[in-house]
Design a protein around this ligand. Structure first.
Ligand code: 5GP
Length: 122
């Protein structure tokens, strides 16, 4: 069943300009901005402009142009941060088990230090 999108989530409000963000880049389909509580020297969030709850929703409903736009934006953000070398990590929490806090799809881009193990043990 399709997930219901909450149009008042914090990233929807950022997209509408109702609350500020430290913008990194913007394209037709994506917006990138610094995370308010960075977990690495570089911690940027890349979000689609469309109303998608998470990767499950986005991968099922987004257009090819929206999908390409988001992926291109992630690569551009990482290159722009100087992180293509020595490297970076992308992460997207989807749903309850992943502890997703904000119900608008977002890709975290972490860089700027050795990032440690991929995932904590359960
Ligand atoms: P999640 O746990 O949903 O994958 O990650 C949500 C992220 O959004 C967290 O890293 C959190 O710090 C960030 N965040 C929450 N509210 C705001 C906000 O108002 N502005 C910005 N820039 N980041 C936010």
């Amino acid at each position: 069943m399709a997930k219901t999108y909450d149009p008042n989530n914090v990233f929807a409000r950022i997209l509408r300009g109702e609350i500020p963000c430290k913008k990194v880049m913007e394209t037709e389909h994506a917006l990138a901005f610094h995370d308010i509580n960075p977990q690495a020297p570089t911690h940027i969030l890349v979000i689609p402009k469309g109303a998608y709850v998470d990767m499950d929703d986005f991968s099922a409903r987004a257009t090819e142009a929206e999908i390409a736009g988001l992926v291109r934006a992630v690569g551009e953000v990482a290159r722009g941060a100087g992180a293509a070398e020595p490297g970076y990590r992308i992460l997207s929490n989807c749903g309850e088990d992943a502890n997703q806090e904000v119900p608008h799809l977002h890709i975290h881009v972490f860089a700027g230090r050795r990032l440690g193990p991929m995932i904590t043990k359960g």
